[in-house]
Design a protein around this ligand. Sequence first.
Ligand code: PMP
Length: 326
Amino acid sequence: FFFTPKTAYEISACLVGSEMCIRDRSKYIWFNGKFVPWDNAKTHVLSHGLHYGSGIFEGIRAYSDKDKNAYIFRLHDHYKRFFDSAKVSLIKVPYSKKQLEKATIDLIKKNKLKDCYIRPLAFIGDGSIGINPGKNRINIIIAAFEWGTYLGKNGISKGIRAKISSFSRMGVNSFMTKSKISGNYINSVFAKREAIDLGYDEALMLDNDGYISEGTGENIYIVRNGTIKTTPITTVLEGITRDCVLSIASDNGIKVKEQRFTRDELYIADEVFLSGTAAEITPVREVDNRKIGDGKPGKITKLIQNEYSNLVKASNKKYYKWLTKV
Ligand code: PMP
């Protein structure tokens, strides 16, 4: 909070609003098998991944319980998806899932972190600069740092204002929507920047048929007459938080339909919320200047939000299976 940026780099890194600020940096980044000081985790400017987006990544969070023990949330599921993304992208990760999971735990310990965000990334390195990466080295990094609420504290408690983007969600035969491929995210970057420039907090994208697909980094849900509707996974990322939402809903006897819905169905919903590792459970209070329900987070949204926040912090025995103690 009292951080004063000194260098131009520090100042520019602090100008990104609610996004990660340099003051959140930690001591070490795991880089190709070694713990490297944050400032030394550098790569070649001719890295294939930098030019063509040929990388895959994950976003994971760790939380602490009331006794200040840290737990990584759904570590195995995130690395399962990491290796699935690698398979889709023909990226051969030169470490096993077990090795990367251990490296993640060691990194959190070494950085003395508890509640944090974890970003593993595999990207094609330098060598061939042509589209075909040939035998370029695959680089792996894992970073872990403190990162507060992604869409702001007010967003979590009062809900955010969203806008339907003028950018459609990328098509399933052009980009692989089941994978967190770096290059895919330019679609989200365009949509997010447009929404922010227009004074909104988040963009919601339509699929190529004009139905609601997802946010720039979140799955989406509407609630009408006590039933939740969420986009089927066909065109969107198989969110790990989405899977938690479905379990929480089932535990609480709330009906969920995995069914496409239209923009106007979203406008007239009683409640709308988003889910994602970074965004957690974020209510949406307004879409395209139309108030959702009474403009406040709804009953079902709050229930899901509350249950999710309890289970990530190890307060629900049923879901201990999703936690990995650091
Ligand atoms: N959709 C997109 C496009 C995302 O980037 C994310 C964030 N990973 C999600 C949905 C939510 O996925 P998860 O709950 O696994 O974080």
